[in-house]
Design a protein around this ligand. Structure first.
Ligand code: ZN
Length: 157
């Protein structure tokens, strides 16, 4: 049987969403559940703990929702690390990757729309040209003197 120990701890709560104002860690009361499996639990015969798991949860469930966006928050016993910016790339670069691709996508979309409109225009122009040619032919046919095979020739005497 594993040994389960629960203890109240000081922890940090933060929103999942890096863009939310609740992303900054806030101190909060939490409960740590430590579950320890000894070597004996797994059939061994040496003393000591073979493995353990750590679970941290809010002491008061009312602390769970983010005060800004209402989504469930993370709770951790560790302060989120802040690394020195050695790359020169802004730390929130990844949060804005989508902005660029959205802009590119919008541009591609408007390009495609323009292309489609042009194609429609071309088709319309071709149809109009064909119609004009048909009308031209009709006018020419009508202005020609009538010489149909069905009409009997006037016999001159
Ligand atoms: Zn939030």
């Amino acid at each position: 049987m594993p040994t389960v120990t629960e203890s109240p701890i000081e922890a940090y709560a933060s929103c999942h969403n890096g863009r939310c104002a609740g992303y900054k860690q806030q101190p909060v009361q939490a409960i740590r559940t430590l579950t320890e499996f000894s070597y004996v639990d797994f059939g061994g015969d040496v003393p000591g703990i073979e493995r353990s798991t750590d679970l941290i949860r809010f002491a008061d469930e009312a602390d769970e929702p983010c005060p800004v966006c209402g989504e469930p928050r993370l709770v951790s016993d560790q302060v989120r690390p802040i690394y020195p910016n050695v790359s020169g790339v802004p730390q929130d670069r990844l949060l804005h990757v989508n902005d660029d691709s959205e802009r590119v996508r919008d541009m591609q979309l408007s390009d495609a729309k323009r292309e489609a409109e042009m194609a429609q225009m071309r088709a319309l122009m071709e149809r109009q040209a064909a119609a004009i040619e048909r009308q031209q032919n009709q006018i020419e046919r009508l202005s020609e003197p009538r010489r149909g095979p069905g009409r009997p020739r006037k016999v001159e005497e």
